[in-house]
Design a protein around this ligand. Structure first.
Ligand code: GDP
Ligand code: GDP
Length: 455
């Protein structure tokens, strides 16, 4: 499509970029103190101060969007992992297990100054079994004299050790080139290839909101374990459950079970687990304990699902315990704390009494439908034309930026590119998003809008 004042290639490039599908996921794993966080910071260009907050295990995020040599991917940071009471081996093995499950490729970081330890060898066995591509990073090689240390790591049998200094950046570029070679273009769980299979649901929420109770209630006797990661866990990972006559895949249900041995780092563990489940799912059902105030942790989980671009349903559980006063305050909290996801279908349930269980599936179907909605370009531009004529952008510095043309570049979630004659203010972008939702639905889905401005 030609747009006045835009080069045709720019337009096509913008549409392609905005329409990118799900990004492949790279996990950085390794023992504590080998330099994982330092490496992650270097890759995403984050300030080093973040490494310092180590003992505070609650981190806002565990996945980041990163880019190298023009390719974008998601990076899973396991640097916040703490050794649990079962000791370092069990802790590192569990970390590796989750990261491997969520990732399309792995960077395994070893401290070249220390050399390969028994724990490192144990991780290698997990990596071999999982069969995911691995790049071995021999870290703390700060100068040429350390290269020999790195060479010893050939003994791990993972191929060439890449000598790097995460701290100073030495060798990290070459290593990232190797990572990009190992990383598939699209995630294994790519939505395109999964058409026809059961839809994937992540049931998430902070501890004790009622996730396992809900799963048991809806599944009854129907629970079927789909697979197990051999040797790493006896917990089921995904389960097929029939609801409303349709088979659904509940991903990562192992995270719903209680792991009593997790003491230190439990919050971090929960975040990583949640991120892994969200990555694997198409729709996130976020469970909130309606009997308690909506917490920062609840909001973080919502943000995680929205940032990942997943369809979203919010279920308020323990409805059986609510009195009139609590119901009043809950509504006020929802208005203020969840204003940014007012588009998400909502169900008020009780895993205990079974209240409104039958409303869950229609809500999930609504969210998935919104997530997959595609607006034809002609209809979109007719709508934009009327909108812009009726509500023009405010005049700034004597000029009035106009939206010239728009197109939906992708779905799952819907992604739009708008071409404009000047800078479009945030308030006006939000206004457009609101009106798009009013006009075309998009219930239960985040939508992305990027704006290209004519030079
Ligand atoms: P993590 O526990 O694996 O995330 O490790 P951190 O990234 O927190 O690093 C542990 C320690 O090793 C910190 O004191 C870092 O400054 C240090 N470190 C990390 N990378 C390097 C490196 O390339 N060279 C040197 N000399 N020290 C490093
Ligand atoms: P999870 O950690 O999110 O899996 O939460 P659980 O399913 O283990 O539930 C935590 C606690 O909340 C348990 O004591 C449950 O019996 C209780 N619970 C879960 N759902 C409900 C509900 O709908 N009503 C009431 N009253 N209690 C519930």
């Amino acid at each position: 499509a030609a747009v006045e004042g835009f080069d045709i290639e720019d337009v096509e490039g913008a549409i392609e970029e905005a329409g990118h599908g799900p990004l492949p996921v790279l996990a950085v794993i390794g023992r504590p103190n080998v330099g994982k966080s330092t490496l992650v910071n270097r890759i995403i260009g984050r300030r080093e101060a973040v490494v310092e907050d180590k003992p505070g295990v609650t981190r806002d995020r565990v996945t980041y969007e990163a880019e190298w040599a023009g390719r974008r991917f998601k990076l899973v940071d396991t640097g916040g992992w703490e050794q649990d009471v079962l000791g370092i081996d069990a802790s590192v093995a569990a970390q590796a297990e989750y990261a491997i499950e969520a990732a399309d490729a792995v960077v395994f970081v070893v401290d070249a100054k220390v050399g390969a330890t028994d724990t490192d060898e144990a991780v290698v066995r997990l990596l071999r079994k999982a069969g995911k591509p691995v790049v071995l990073a021999a870290n703390k090689v700060d100068g040429p004299s350390g290269e020999a240390d790195a060479a010893y790591l050939w003994s791990l049998g993972l191929g060439e050790p890449h000598p790097i200094s995460a701290l100073h950046g030495r060798g990290t570029g070459d290593m990232l080139d190797a990572v990009l070679e190992a990383l598939p273009e699209a995630p294994a769980q790519s939505f395109g290839t999964a058409v026809g299979g059961p839809r994937r649901i992540a049931l998430i929420g902070r501890p004790n909101v009622g996730k396992s109770s809900l799963l048991n209630k809806v599944a009854g006797e129907e629970r079927v374990v789909v697979n197990e990661i051999a040797g790493t866990t006896r917990d089921p990972v995904d389960e097929l459950i029939e609801l409303g006559g349709v088979t659904w895949k509940f991903v990562d249900t192992a995270g719903i079970r209680k792991r009593v041995h997790l003491q230190q780092g439990a919050d971090y563990y929960a975040s990583l687990r949640t991120a892994a489940a969200v990555e694997k799912a198409e729709v996130a059902v976020i469970l909130i304990d309606a009997s308690e105030s909506i917490s920062v942790q609840d909001q973080r989980i919502v943000t995680m699902a929205v940032d990942a671009g997943r369809a979203l349903v919010i279920a308020y559980n323990k409805w059986d315990t609510l009195d009139e006063e609590r119901r009043y305050y809950l509504e006020r909290e929802i208005e203020t704390e969840f204003a940014q996801v007012a588009w998400a279908p909502r169900v008020n349930v009780s895993a205990y009494t079974g209240r409104h269980m039958e409303k869950l599936v229609p809500a999930i179907e609504t969210a998935l439908a919104g997530w997959e909605t595609r607006v034809p370009t002609g209809r979109l531009n007719a709508f934009l034309g009327e909108l812009v004529a009726a509500h023009p952008h405010p005049v700034r510095g004597g000029k009035q930026p106009r939206i010239l043309f728009g197109t939906q570049a992708g779905t799952k979630p819907p992604r739009f590119v708008l071409f404009a004659s000047g800078f479009i203010e945030a308030g006006y972008r939000r206004f457009i998003e609101r009106r798009l939702r009013e006009e075309f639905g998009f219930e239960g889905t985040p939508i992305h809008i990027s704006v290209r401005v004519r030079e």
